[in-house]
Design a protein. Structure first.
Ligand code: TYD
Length: 136
């Protein structure tokens, strides 16, 4: 599971005179059952979010409004992804360090997650993450 396992997923989009609608189905658009939903908002332009990796968690991040960058890092390779459309999401597999940055004003990031919140699932220390990724 490396940065190339992560992928931008095109979501269905229905547009008519009233506007647009997109949706996500577990097992269809994401390879996991959705156990938790959270969202980032009131984001400060100059602040970063993320700065952690998860041991077991699978996630899909969707820019419901605005745009931002997500830098993925598997300990060997980095990949920067710009998310700017509510009809696409970024699937992030376990054991990927991620930094979210360059938030456009009023951006909202919706996150679908495979497990409930569990602080024990986090690497918040980059060196500990690197050691787990690249054991001596
Ligand atoms: P944090 O992990 O710092 O957010 P980010 O996704 O930007 O890295 O989480 C901020 C706080 O919110 C932290 O105290 C943990 C708490 N939190 C929950 O209680 N439940 C959740 O589902 C999430 C994602 C965070």
């Amino acid at each position: 599971m490396d940065v190339d396992t992560c992928a931008v997923v095109a979501l269905p989009k229905f547009t008519d005179a009233r506007g647009s609608l997109s949706f996500v189905e577990a097992g269809v658009h994401v390879p996991f059952a959705i156990e938790r939903v959270y969202y980032l908002y009131d984001l400060s332009k100059d602040a970063g979010r993320g700065a952690h990796a998860h041991k077991d968690l699978h996630q899909l991040m969707i820019p419901l409004a605005g745009s931002f960058d997500i830098v993925l890092d598997d300990g060997a390779q980095k990949r920067r992804i710009h998310l700017a459309s509510p009809s696409e999401g970024l699937y992030i597999c376990p054991m990927i360090w991620r930094d979210l940055e360059n938030f456009e004003p009023n951006s909202v990031c919706l996150v679908l997650a495979s497990r409930k919140y569990d602080e024990a699932d986090y690497f918040r220390d980059y060196d500990a993450f690197l050691k787990a990724r690249n054991p001596a």
